[in-house]
Design a protein. Structure first.
Length: 741
């Protein structure tokens, strides 16, 4: 039976708008401070109150003794009582000699401790602050201060003034202290001047600050809507958004058209903005030609252009280098390998193994049940028999674990394979420090985006045989590019397509229907009626009732009839985020039905409860957690505003400000499911999803289920998806570049 969370009376307080208050006093004690994100718990001694209060919020370098003015709302902590949750603060400079002595002696300024602060104040008195601001060289008049120490004190004082001024400037414009700290780290002591001169730099340079925020700030500072600064930032923002949709570049005329409409700009101003972005090397413009001649001018983000051209350069280098593992008698090696394989291979599989012995780079593609795993294992045996070093990799942790299980050899994520260094923010493996192998097999290659493929190819040794294995009919990568299909279309790399579905696999209705979909035929929607099957279709045209059915299936019917755990083994996939049968609404309902815990943190509109199923939505190289990884919340610390998430045995702490990296994962988009398999999949499919109803989306969703797939929705929507074999075009020029002689 589905579990429900008991009503919490404390939640009712969220319905009322809390009253904002301001307190002024001195910072009495720092109970907790996180250097990375600024999260702080402190005790404040108000000027007009006899007792100290606890305050929590984000603050840069809190120091005991400083004067503070904080603004926020009162909240009742279940364990620690009443607290002021502050969203703004101001450091108040002391006016008295004793206040200055206490302020400087707090440790706020590097190089000044309590005894030295006393000597400085004894020498300069009430003029101390002015001396620090205007005549810091006079500090040498104080015993124990050398010219070198003056330099260190001056630098620290300037940094302190800069961050304080920046925070005070940004707070009225709803830019949080945590972002102010990030801005200061990026620009240094010039941060305030940079932001004042061009607030749009925030959107262009600082991750997490969007164009809308920068635009609002610019308007308040009096920047005109037709300013070249606004045009430049807006065009770049649009291009980045298009890259986020999967495009490697975008045609210049289409980018100008979109920017003119979105930003309400004259076309000549938008065109000038593109040219300035090119001149400052933020974008690259290239006239793109194919066999028919000039096509259009492409606008690339500089990094995207570098990756696309780099893929071509490194792939050609590998293709044209001698093969390290040479087979003088390839047929003899092939026959020896086949004799050690416990099953008889089909003709297509044998050709794939033969090609691996002959070719330097190879693509092996095929749908479910076509024997890709058997081919991989046979190739591994042949290369291992020659004492060749074999490496296996996949884009995601789940795919790597599955490859390890099916091959019996260790497989790693590509990030682990390339040895990402969080300290240096780079991969240790590259052309100067390549991987050591004679064979590299990359599974689930359809998930590779341009950037990851670029860094992988950089690290492949010249003599290695490189094999990409995947299903080209699935959705393309979440990141920019369509690498596997582009390589196949280029003609530069041999391709073996496995098409024969083996008898045991053909007995599965999931696999049978997946192949029907791929061939442009409707799946057999009545296949599961009246008998136990692994594929069912439940007709329901109404979106609200469809959502109700999904909840009932996940929480009650599937666990009862098939024995699957509703959280760990059943995954809801849906084409869209919005709507009653979309990711957001279904997650909210499933979270409420499946998780009875009441301990939670809140970030924006989302709540993260203890035991929640969550998904990482950004690559976090430092933690080694990547976009699409699913974990469980195993600890919530309300006092320190952080929670701990366990991903496949590894646990990581997320501060409240970092929760934007996590979303509930009871329901996820079909795109986010790539590379993963689940015991059971439930898929709502309605005509309201028409914008995303494509054959490769339906095919990808169905092939995610290992033991059970249930589609709930409209037969018309299923037929619409099957008929639409023209997926949304991604603008990439990789196939054309690779195909050039």
């Amino acid at each position: 039976m589905p579990r429900t969370r008991p009503p919490a009376s404390a939640d009712l307080s969220l319905l009322a708008e809390p009253l904002r208050v301001e307190l002024e006093g001195s910072l009495e004690r720092v109970l907790f401070h996180n250097e990375e994100n600024g999260y702080t718990v402190l005790r404040l001694k108000p000027r007009d109150k006899p007792e100290s209060v606890t305050a929590v919020g984000v603050m840069h370098s809190p120091q005991v003794g400083v004067g503070l003015k904080i603004g926020g709302i009162w909240a009742e902590h279940p364990r620690f009582g009443r607290q002021l949750q502050f969203s703004s603060y101001e450091i108040l400079l002391p006016a008295t000699v004793e206040g200055i002595r206490h302020y400087l002696g707090s440790g706020l300024i590097r190089g000044i401790r309590r005894a030295l602060a006393g000597r400085i104040v004894d020498r300069f008195g009430e003029d101390t602050m002015r001396v620090l601001d205007e005549e810091p060289e006079r500090l040498t008049e104080v015993r124990g201060i050398t010219p070198r120490l003056v330099e260190a004190i001056s630098k620290s004082w300037e940094e302190h003034k800069s961050i304080r001024s920046l925070i005070m400037f940004l707070q009225p414009h709803d830019i949080s202290t945590s972002y102010a700290v990030r801005i200061f780290r990026h620009y240094g002591t010039e941060a305030l001047e940079v932001v004042r001169a061009n607030p749009y730099r925030l959107a262009m340079d600082i991750p997490g600050i969007g164009f809308a925020t920068a635009d609002m700030l610019a308007r308040k500072l009096g920047v005109e809507t037709d300013s070249p600064l606004r045009a430049e930032a807006g065009v770049l923002y649009n291009l980045r958004g298009l890259v986020d949709e999967g495009n490697v570049y975008y045609p210049l005329d289409k980018l100008l058209e979109k920017s003119v409409a979105d930003l309400d700009l004259p076309e000549d101003l938008a065109r000038e903005a593109v040219n300035r972005l090119r001149d400052t090397e933020r974008v690259v413009l290239e006239d793109l030609y194919d066999l028919r001649g000039f096509q259009h001018t492409g606008v690339y983000l500089a990094a995207g252009y570098h990756c696309e051209c780099g893929i071509v350069r490194y792939l050609r280098r590998i293709l044209h280098s001698p093969k390290a593992a040479r087979f003088e008698n390839a047929e003899e090696a092939l026959n020896a390998g086949l004799s050690r394989t416990p099953v008889e291979l089909a003709a297509g599989q044998i050709e794939a193994v033969r090609a691996s012995l002959r070719d330097k780079v190879l693509v092996i593609t095929g749908g479910p049940g076509t024997g890709k795993t058997t081919v991989i294992n046979t190739i591994i045996k042949i290369f291992s028999a020659r004492k060749g070093k074999v490496l296996l990799a996949a884009p995601t942790g789940r795919a790597a674990r599955r490859l390890s299980e099916t091959s019996g050899h260790e497989a790693r994520t590509i990030h682990r394979l390339l040895e990402y260094s969080p300290t240096d923010d780079m991969f240790i493996r590259d052309e100067d420090n390549p991987l050591a192998c004679s064979l590299l097999v990359v599974d689930e290659a359809s998930m590779l985006d341009n950037m990851l493929m670029y860094y992988l190819l950089k690290a492949v040794p010249l003599g290695a045989t490189l094999i990409f294995v995947g299903d080209a009919n699935q959705l393309p990568s979440v990141g920019a590019g369509n690498v596997l299909c582009d390589i196949m279309a280029s003609g530069a790399v041999p391709v073996v397509e496995l098409t024969e579905v083996f008898r045991q696999a053909a007995e599965s209705s999931i696999i049978m229907n997946a192949h029907l979909i791929n061939q442009g035929q409707a799946p057999l929607l009545g296949a599961g009626e009246g008998r136990l099957s692994d594929f069912y279709f439940i007709r329901q045209e109404d979106p609200e009732k469809c959502a109700d059915l999904v909840i009932e299936l996940v929480c009650a019917h599937i666990p009862r009839r098939f024995g699957f755990n509703p959280v760990d083994e059943v995954q809801v996939l849906t084409p869209m985020h919005k709507g009653s049968a979309g990711v957001t609404a279904l997650n909210a309902r499933l979270q409420q039905a499946l998780n009875r815990q009441t301990l939670f943190l809140k970030r924006g509109e989302r709540r993260y409860f203890l035991d929640d199923k969550v998904m990482q939505i950004k690559n976090n190289y430092e933690r080694g957690v990547y976009n699409g990884d699913i974990g469980r919340v195993c600890h919530v610390d309300v006092e320190e505003r952080e929670l701990t998430v366990r991903f496949e045995g590894n646990s990581f702490i997320y501060a409240q400000e970092e929760l934007d990296e996590l979303v509930p994962a009871y329901a996820i988009s079909v795109h986010k499911s790539q590379g993963s398999e689940y015991p059971a999949v439930v898929l709502p499919l309605l005509t309201q999803h028409y914008m995303l109803l494509q054959r490769n989306l339906l095919y990808t969703a169905v092939t995610r289920g290992k033991k059970l797939v249930v589609i709930v929705g409209s037969p018309k929507a299923v037929h619409m998806a099957v008929r639409n074999d023209k997926p949304h075009r991604r603008f990439t020029w990789l196939a054309e570049r690779l195909g050039e002689n």
